[in-house]
Design a protein around this ligand. Sequence first.
Ligand SMILES: Cc1ncc(COP(=O)(O)O)c(C=O)c1O
Length: 400
Amino acid sequence: MSNGLNEGLGVATKLTRLGRDVDTQYGFVNAPVYRGSTVVFKTMDDIENLRAKYIYGTYGSPTIEHLENAWSELTGGAGTVISPSGLGAIALALMTTLKAGDHLLMPDSVYRPTRAFCENFLNKFGVKVTYYDPLIGRGILDWIEPNTTTIFLESPGSQTFEVQDVPAITAVAKELGIKTIIDNTWATPIFFQAHAHGCDLSVEAGTKYLGGHSDLLMGLVSANAETWPALRMTYDSMHMLPGAEDCFLALRGLRTMHLRVMEAERRGLEMAQWMLLQPEVAAVLHPAMESCPGHEFWRRDFSGSTGLFSVVLKPEYSKPALASMLDNMSIFGMGFSWGGFESLMIPFDCSEYRTVTRWRPMGLCLRLQIGLEDLNDLKDDIRKGLDRLSSFMGLHEYES
Ligand SMILES: Cc1ncc(COP(=O)(O)O)c(C=O)c1O
């Protein structure tokens, strides 16, 4: 929790100060890593009354606490819990606000494994899930049932980047006493302050920009003051916590996160604008570009953008042509996740699993994560890939 020492400081300054305590670290600037299960007590009275700052590894350690506190300051939350993956954090958040018999509203553009968690797990516990159009805004009112207790948001949406009208949805939820949870991974708290926009719980897959080096799996959930006791209670009932070394990596990532997301923004925008000029590209889905659904909400509510966006190819390109492009990229890798130092490109198609919105793009789609390579090298790699795409179609014209 905040000790008030960083109040009024800019976010870059805060990130250099949070999550460490030089005075108790013999002057070393980084916090030490406490690995451990057992914590010993001095007396029988102490152990019977659990009289100690730390009582057992699963209830926390100074290492985890440094990261929890840092994240709470960064998000403006009253408290934070940390789990071993982003999806684990989403599960913790949902299990905090839901119980058997409840109704949950989920945006149709939600990260697919979140959808799978609802369908494979929450359904089993008697939670009914309804998907809504992420662009619905205040129209969410029409989807609310007497037993709706939670509205989940993810803004922008996975793969297709619809930006949601978060304040409109959280205002409705507040009027009706419904809890809101947002997956804020894309923007990070640096570019979108979820609690200030009315969200009760905010999830970050620390696997992405917090880690920043594709060597860490982690999820964080921060809570506003009202929801914090319930979140902590869920967490303390499950003991689903990260390893100390992973907290160390996350604290290390925190120091440069501001620089990295700002650079991701610059590179992402340059690449997105350049992609739009390529003759093979029909559309670019990037929240900071006007053509992105919900761009007006991004402009109003966010203070920046990051390095993940999608492109829609023109309809004439076939799947085999796309394979000839993707199978032969020399810098872009094909792999899941994002937020690391390396550029990635994956094909996607949400049409088969979205249920209330129709995803009918003009052509095949790609999601791009822009890493830290030279932009000229990235453009060259893509241009050659698009040439393969086009020439494949020329060579195989007779087949169509
Ligand atoms: C938007 C979003 N949320 C959550 C996650 C889950 O993170 P993790 O891979 O750490 O479970 C991802 C992972 O790709 C994601 O893209």
